[in-house]
Write a protein that binds this ligand. Structure first.
Ligand SMILES: Cc1ncc(C[n+]2csc(CCOP(=O)(O)OP(=O)(O)O)c2C)c(N)n1
Ligand SMILES: [Mg+2]
Length: 315
């Protein structure tokens, strides 16, 4: 969680220095969700998410320098410098992106789960989405398919209480989003997303169940984003107060885990500080190294657009 937080500090620095083109959304405050969940998956399980994707990519093992190089549009970036912050992608790590069309990637997530069923595999697809994305029509088409066809997919709503500047209560007819799964005959629940150990505990139980039953699951994880919607969200006073943010920060996932570790004698304050410092130093070096990477050649724009590969055949 410290590595992600430190990485985000540097990615915002890249944006403010004009080194990151396009758009950028940081994960501060939400780290316990990705880590609690992804620390419970099995190797080979596909993962897909929206544009707030740095934390997922890092935890899945994507190289921090390649991620930062991607954010800076460099040829050595994870997506060869052509995707930017919103389109981190690494098939090697079963990380299928990184998508900017709100809700659109949920169809791809269900496609990944369909692929598993078609090939007779035992993987579970983990499809993260935002609370705002939960209002996209495509989600309801693919929830129906997932349930009808018994596809092993877990929809994980990262409910950070806002869709850009619109608060949950203003965009959702029923703010308990998980209940929407009822119409699709799908199991559902809502859990706290600020305590990484709690997320991990629930994740183990739910993932095991889906792997056994091959039935989809609809989960809503409550967290909170500490930063603005994106790096260009400069006037948060239009939709929330600094006091509200401060209140939420009292349950900062890094703070909560730190408390747990010190109170139970697992780590000392000094050890925690060292972990934080190490993460900060690592990501500062990553920033410098990424800024020194080459930019793509103009011709690269034509590469990786079409494929002449034969599609993979199943049974
Ligand atoms: C189809 C589509 N409509 C609108 C947008 C513009 N847009 C970008 S982010 C966003 C809000 C999404 O909020 P949420 O799903 O809660 O994700 P969060 O930013 O909170 O992680 C919107 C409406 C978009 N990218 N795609
Ligand atoms: Mg949101």
């Amino acid at each position: 969680m410290c590595r992600i937080r430190a990485f985000e500090g540097q990615s915002e620095r890249a944006y403010r220095s004009g080194l990151a083109g396009g758009y950028l959304h940081v994960y501060n405050g939400m780290e316990a969700t990705a880590i609690g969940w992804l620390s419970s998956i099995q190797p080979g399980d596909p993962v897909i998410t929206a544009y707030r994707d740095h934390g997922h990519a890092l935890y899945l093992g994507c190289d921090a320098l390649e991620c930062m190089a991607e954010i800076m549009g460099r040829a050595t970036g994870l997506s060869k410098g052509k995707g930017g912050s919103m389109h981190l992608y690494s098939k090697e790590h079963n990380f299928y992106g990184g998508w900017g069309i709100v809700g659109g990637h949920t169809a791809l997530g269900v496609g990944l789960a369909f692929g598993t069923k078609y090939r007779g595999g035992n993987e579970v697809t983990h499809c993260f989405l935002g609370d705002g994305a939960a209002n996209a029509g495509v989600l309801y088409e693919v929830m129906n398919m997932a349930s009808l066809w018994d596809l092993p997919v877990i929809f994980i709503i990262e409910n950070n209480e806002f869709a850009m500047g619109t608060r949950l209560e203003y965009h959702a007819a029923d703010p308990e989003l998980h209940k929407r799964a009822e119409g699709f005959n799908m199991e559902h629940e809502r859990i706290d997303g600020m305590d990484v150990l709690q997320v991990r505990k629930h994740a183990k139980r739910i993932i095991e169940k889906v792997r056994k039953t091959h039935r989809p699951y609809f989960l809503e994880i409550m967290n909170y984003r500490f930063a603005g919607h994106g790096a260009a969200d400069n006037d948060q006073s239009l939709y929330r107060t600094p006091e509200e943010v401060e209140r939420a920060k009292q349950r900062d996932p890094i703070l909560l885990l730190g408390k747990h570790l010190t109170e139970n004698g697992i780590a000392s304050e000094a050890e925690l500080e060292a972990i934080q410092r190490e993460a900060e130093e690592e990501m500062e070096a990553v920033y410098e190294a990424a800024a020194a990477q080459p930019k793509p050649e103009p011709d690269a724009v034509y590469a990786d657009v079409y494929t002449d590969m034969e599609p993979e055949r199943g049974h």
